[in-house]
Design a protein. Sequence first.
Lengths: 628, 275
Amino acid sequence: MKQTLDLRRIGIFLAFAFGIAWAIALLIYLTGWVNSTEELIPGLGITLAGALIALGYMWAPGLAHIFTRLITREGWKDSGLALNLERWGTWALAWVLPAALTLFGVLVYFAVFSQQYDPNLTQLGELVRVSEAATGRSISLDLWTLFLVQTGQAIFIAPLFNGFFTFGEEFGWRAYLQPKLMVLGFRKAVLLLGLIWGAWHWPLTAMDHNYGLDYFGAPWTGMLAMVWFTLPVGVVFGWLALRGRSVWPAVIAHGAINGIGAVGYLLLAPAVVPNTLLGPGAAGILVTLPWTLLAAYLLWKGVPAAPNVSRETTHYPSPSKETLVASRNLTKHFGKLAAVEALDVDIPAGQVFGLLGPNGAGKTTTIRMFSALIAPTAGEAWVAGYRLGENDGALRKSVGILTETPGLYEQLSAHRNLSFFAQLYEVEKVDRQVQRYLQMLGLWGRRHESVGTFSKGMRQKLAIARALLHEPKVLFLDEPTSGLDPEAARLVRDFVSELKEEGRTIVLCTHNLDEADRLCDRVAVFKTRLLALDTPTNLRRKLFGRAVVFHLDEVKPAFSNALRQKDFVQGIEVVKSKLVVKLDDPETRNPELVRELVGLGAKIRFVGEMRQSLEDVYLQLIGNEVQK
Amino acid sequence: MKKVWILVRKEWSEVFKNKMVLFSVGFMPLLLTAIPLGILFSLQGTTDISALEAEFGTAIDQLRPLCGTLPELECAQFLLLQQFMVLFLLMPAIIPVTIAAYSIVGEKNTRTLEPLLATPITTGQLLAGKTLAAAIPAVVASLISFLLFASGTALLAASPAVAVQLFSPLWLLGIFVVGPLLSLAGVSLAVMISSRVNEPRVAEQMAALVILPVMALFMGQIFGAVVINQQFMLLIAGALVVIDVALLFFCHATLPTRKYSYTLEIIALVDLGLR
């Protein structure tokens, strides 16, 4: 089933974003404030129209983001505000990229219009003349001076100064709308977003025209130019937001390009270039040229899925009611590292399921995803009847988790530790339940002592008790016997056996393969991706086949030769006084083999099935994976 | 709300087992109360407001209206004491910073954050619990010390009218509104920092910066650069409401949400040796 666009939320968001912005534009236009030079705050050059545009118009999408989430009760998950400072590369890109691209465009512009270009006739030229008069020093306004002014503005001042205003826009467009459109895929999403963004800009260009800042031509051509401008720029901002896993790099980049636009007024004033479509309009298009090239490259190349930004387009059907834990294509990436890749499992109620794998195989990450502690990058999961990400509070209430380290409050007593968690899990009779588990695990006598004084085994038992207090439907145990002495490990193992007999559904992560063999109904051997999943017995059979071992007084060549003639015998091996016969169905064929051997005079002491350990299975599977 | 209080009670039973924390919550308010009272005691012989002119300069004319109908001596004592009133705004912001800064990074370090986040507690409840657990003791300690200060003033000042003047709308607004708001701002900033770092010392160092604006206010008042009057206090209260709402919003929107848990992502990265 294809995931569809969330049209309701997108509609509400667009209604707010356009509604607020265009109402403000209309107000400014109709009241004539756009032409007013009266300053709102004397001395700062801020007019009423300017303040309304900066604080109202530019912030309209950001406000729309907030309103839509509040109205539709969407919550604040994935708000795009995470700083993700570990991605310094993207931040650096956000500062440097707009500057470099736009400067390149400006240089191309100078090259094209070099005949008409006279820096002294620009508004910047006017500023220079005023500065010269004030300081008495001569300032040379050549191309390189302009270049340096532009660079300083673009790299250092604009991103921060304009960030306040651009945040309003980006918090709406890139943080809210873009993730909603990503179900269409990156290409369509950013192109559509660019068009919407351009349409939203149009009243600004119309007002700018009225304001005498006619840098893109008349209103209608301005609209076309603005849509044209926002398409490539929007693609690059969208890419930066995805790469940075947050909206901030796009805010910085947007701040930079706005600042460059402001300097552009000074550089490319109407005094120099005729006010026609081929004048400033051409400048706008030329400045956009490098952006267009980069955007085209990004669109052509396609952008890899940004980690943590779910671009899943498929919804999988829910598993049956008997299945308590299930996953489909469950994937988790940390940056470039794939921790879990496309995991598909189904764990029915009452089963003990083992997750086996080397360190770093993704076992703990899988448990964390199943417990709704971290979000998958892709795929879906269901635990205790809840789809991950839909009602995570109820999901957490239905699962118990024993984390790799016990994680107990060491200053508090055992009783206080358990009663605190029992209350958070909304256990009805807290004291009774705490007493039950403390007694069950032999800790009742030390209930008032600080956990800091407990041995490792006692802590582990207390952590298991904590995981069980609320009688969860599913129990996740991450290395329950790790680091325990043999006696404590056995106690914990016996306790898990008891839980199994009670019919609990348990997911057990362990390195102890003997433990897994004894406790688990099924096991998954796992190294980032699933290598094998079955009962331990079936895994043994699949990998090593079945074999019967005949312990004889003496092995003669005639015995093996005779048995080799049988068409159901797959192979024969002689190990000292043992004859190992490989076959599929020993239960049916054994009598025939025994008759044959006795007929040849063999003295059979003992017959048994050859049994490989789970360790053999595990090492074989992991070994194969390493070889690959 | 129930889970918030469960968390608050747990935090208190954990934090106050540490005697040093208990000392820092109790000792500083007592010290900051004792200092102005000691000065008042030493100035009991002052007879004229003109003695203060050397210290306040021309600001004395702006300050005099704050005295209301108090006679000269009482006015002088009141204006002196008022210089220290900012300390009672400072206290609720300073005291909880250490507790708040440790709140989440501490859970990370002791590996208790994961089991805690595995419970059905919501992000809002978690943040509210952590914030209130740090802010409430500080606000209560500040209010108690203010009452001690007022009682001490009633005993040591030229007349009880000086103490009554301390309960003017200006300082009632300051102590009962601005103080708790400042506390909330400091604590939520500290909690925000705490959830983004991996090292408690970094959290404490960074969160200590919270008190800089309040210190600036205190020093500004001492040196006569700032005159705290009713309008100024109202302005601060209004600004703090906006700042608090914004901080709580950012705290909630950006921090340990489980669906997109930055905090747990970091733990996972540490486990994988990637950070």
